[in-house]
Design a protein around this ligand. Sequence first.
Ligand code: FES
Length: 365
Amino acid sequence: TVRCVQVIDETDDVKTFRFVAEPPILFSYKPGQFVTLDLEIDGKPVKRSYSISSAPSRPHTLEITVKRVPAPPDAPDRPAGLVSNWLHDNIKVGSEVRLNGPMGKFTCADYRPDKLLFISAGSGITPMMSMSKWLCDTGADVDVVFVHSARSPKDIIFHQKLQLMAALHPNFKLAITTTRPEIDQAWSGYTGRLNEAMLAEMAPDFRDRIVYVCGPNPFMAGVKGMLAGLDFPMENYNEESFGGKKPSKKKATAATPEPVKGEDRPRLHLVESPSTSNEPTVVFAESGKEVSCDAEDVILDVAEQEGVPLPSGCRMGACGACKRKLLEGKVEYDDEPDALEEDERQEGMILTCVAHPVGRVVVSA
Ligand code: FES
């Protein structure tokens, strides 16, 4: 359990929540990792993961930085950012929260390269901030170019802190672009979406750098495509996704479970006309629910829509909280998930938060 000791308004819609451990301990994590918050909202247990925005070089407190998420313009009644907005409205100084973690492999701490290039957009800045503070605090001999894309000057999260770091540390270079600068806001930095010419000016030696990218999925896809097109060595490319569903690429990394012996298999309570076609269908064995869905859907979303309780955490294949056994059928992942070991795959375990059903699947849930 952690207790909130400070709430900092970073921008109009972004707050940093600073916590201390209760009872007090020093936090230990790698910069760039995330934690999962274990909350109860409207009487229902909810878990959500947030990148840690503080640095382990200042271990007495731990910070997460959260953007309020508006309802989609086409559905103003829908509570889009349920958890983020709840945190904004409910976490005050003195509030206690259960945290799990740290988790995640998006960190520069395991391997300290000579030159780094951080590229973020929006609240994807948080793990970059953690890594940058850690590098500056520890006096690391690493040359960092910190590229950030924000909507407008007033939306730049950590702007003053970043400017201070750039002023104090000669090997920390800051380059910010704003995509929708407003007339009444003074801005002398880059404007427009990050493009090849801009990148070449911000970091002419970008091909020599280890790159970390975090932001909305379309942003990351754009940066990845741009770098690949510029002959960047993609083995030096790292990315962390947040929010939204990844666009489906349907790469063939199907998990094939071992056959389950009849006597071990939970009894199925299927709906009256079980699907026999190849259309994606998820059968939740213990709950006795059979749901036809879209091939783009992930099993965790299908379960939640049907009220089938499944644990979850990061929702991006990194923490392992949503692991379940696949009893029949096959699933596909867009990308190789981090939180599944080879022996678990062999046993038929899947990560429901990132697993798409291929035809009819039966899941232990
Ligand atoms: S919820 Fe973290 S791996 Fe699925």
